[in-house]
Design a protein around this ligand. Structure first.
Ligand code: NDP
Length: 483
């Protein structure tokens, strides 16, 4: 029997209809136009949230190959849903200063996406904190957490509280007041916050203490806890170490190592300190670091002893980086000059650069300066430290670029391992956690390369990270229906 007899006229008509609708669908939702529409929608809905717009633009522009390959993502409005937080909590944080005066801050928790696990992401205490910044961080966190291969959704929170210049007792009262509201929105299977800028072991301790008292339950609701009461070894080091493991993986693809490399680092906090430590372990030499007052250039190189001084200065005394030159007069301190159109830190000649302070530290001019200074690798420790134009300049000039959501995922990965250890009620050794961290960073690196290659953008880590993270969350959202 011939094929012609098996296809009825009705079936042929259906086929034609399908072809028409497929063509119509492609025309209707041409990916380029659709991305422009989406960005317009996000900007119109929340006009003041420029960092959030920037993060959405960066992700959306690199998802084109994945969206074109699987029209279901557009039909099910996956990205339209992903840019809308599942929930935002905003609350008053009243507290009393040492002089008996009442102070009021604003607290937030953005619960962005729980398709693949409980919300997970840090808390930031910094005067610049607002809803737009936390939405950008929460949005990035969704993709980052998906890349880790751990079952973690994405969230972020914090307050416009400035811990700088506050006494220990004031920080404690603030943290307790913050948790007095936040506790009802989080839980070990709901939302597990961690640290970020301005929130380290001290703040996590105070918040955990209040949470435990309120719920009368010792549970792994925060990560970054002290090692003797539920914290994981290597958690403080994880984000910084992970950034350097990621850079080492990138270099390995070119048959190179970090040994002997001179490195620009910005920041002097948690991520910067442990990035510098791992660089030293691997035979590289950090030559800069910074804080919000300015930066240090130490041409002779920052050694292990000098790094100990930096840790003591920033973690114990909470001092300014300029004090470094009082101890090491051969180094140079350059204060921040807000009139400058670039940051001179990135104009020093070096092999590698690691922005580890905050968002938007590297603009187009800085990117040109990095290229001029012969930098071969830029790996982001901070979240979104490079402006989109800067990213393109670096990539177009052959600089190997490791984006934050892949490169700094070591922090949240070890937070995930902390959650696992809490659930199992055991503690792994330093070596065990470090070797798992290394494996995870290796896996994330490979995942970015594989996704980039499979979508026709081989070697592009930005596109690879966005696509790999997106597909994992998007498929879970498709499976779970419109919720
Ligand atoms: P810390 O608070 O420990 O350190 C932040 C550092 O950046 C400080 O040196 C601070 O200077 C500097 N800094 C902050 N804001 C500015 C600014 N506006 N201009 C210049 N310098 C600034 O934070 P972390 O090291 O934890 O975080 C740094 C970055 O890494 C952030 O983008 C964070 O989101 C990201 N990150 C952190 C992870 C973690 O586990 N901690 C994990 C993944 C990413 P100063 O001392 O003057 O305030």
């Amino acid at each position: 029997m011939g094929l012609a007899y098996t296809i009825s006229p009705a079936t042929v008509l259906d086929g034609v209809r399908m072809m028409f609708w497929a063509a119509y669908a492609v025309k209707e939702i041409n990916t380029e136009e659709w991305i422009v529409d989406l960005l317009e929608l996000v900007q119109t809905k929340d006009p003041g949230e420029k960092e959030f717009h920037q993060a959405v633009a960066e992700v959306a522009s690199s998802l084109k190959p994945a969206l074109e390959r699987n029209p279901k993502y557009r039909q099910a409005k996956i990205l339209e849903r992903m840019v809308e937080p599942e929930r935002v909590v905003m609350f008053r944080v009243p507290w009393m200063d040492d002089a008996g005066g009442v102070q009021v801050n604003r607290g937030f928790r953005v619960q962005m996406n729980s398709a693949i696990g409980p919300y997970k992401g840090g808390l930031r205490f910094h005067p610049s904190v607002n809803l737009g910044i936390l939405k950008f961080l929460a949005f990035e966190q969704v993709f980052k957490n998906a890349l880790t291969t751990l079952p973690l959704g994405g969230g972020k929170g914090g307050a416009d509280f400035n811990p700088k210049g506050k006494s220990d007792a004031e920080v404690q009262r603030f943290c307790h007041s913050f948790m007095l509201e936040l506790f009802r929105h989080i839980g070990p299977d709901t939302d597990v916050p961690a640290g970020d800028i301005g929130v380290g072991a001290r703040e996590v301790g105070y918040m955990f203490g209040m949470y435990k008292k309120l719920v009368n339950n010792f549970t792994g609701v925060l990560t970054g806890k002290g090692a003797t009461w539920g914290g994981s070894l290597i958690r403080p080091e994880a984000a910084g170490y992970g950034v350097i493991y990621f850079a080492a993986e990138i270099l390995q693809t070119k048959g190179k190592t970090l040994d002997g490399c001179r490195c620009l680092v910005s920041g002097a906090g948690n991520v910067a300190q442990f990035a510098m430590e791992k660089l030293l372990h691997l035979g590289a030499t950090p030559i800069t670091f910074s804080d919000s007052s300015g930066y240090i250039f130490d041409e002779a190189g920052i050694t292990a002893d000098k790094l100990l001084f930096i840790k003591e200065l920033k973690n114990m005394r909470r001092g300014r980086v300029s004090e470094y030159v009082e101890r090491y007069p051969e180094a140079v301190f350059t204060p921040v000059d807000p009139t400058h159109d670039h940051n001179p830190l990135w104009a020093h000649k070096a092999d590698c650069a690691f922005p580890c302070a905050t968002q938007n530290e590297i603009n187009a001019q800085d990117a040109h300066n990095l290229v001029q200074g012969k930098v071969q690798v830029v790996t982001e420790g901070a979240n979104m430290p490079t402006e989109l134009e800067g990213v393109h300049i670096l990539q177009d000039n052959g600089v190997l670029f490791g984006p934050a959501k892949a490169a700094n995922a070591g922090g949240v990965s070890v937070s995930g391992l902390e959650m696992t250890q809490n659930s199992m009620r055991l503690s792994w050794t330093r070596d065990e956690v470090d070797s798992r961290l290394k494996q995870i960073m290796k896996g994330i690196h490979q995942g970015c390369l594989d996704a980039a290659e499979a979508h026709g953008v081989a070697g592009n880590y930005v596109a690879g990270a966005n696509i790999a993270g997106f597909i994992k969350v998007a498929n879970a959202m498709l499976d779970q229906g419109v919720v």
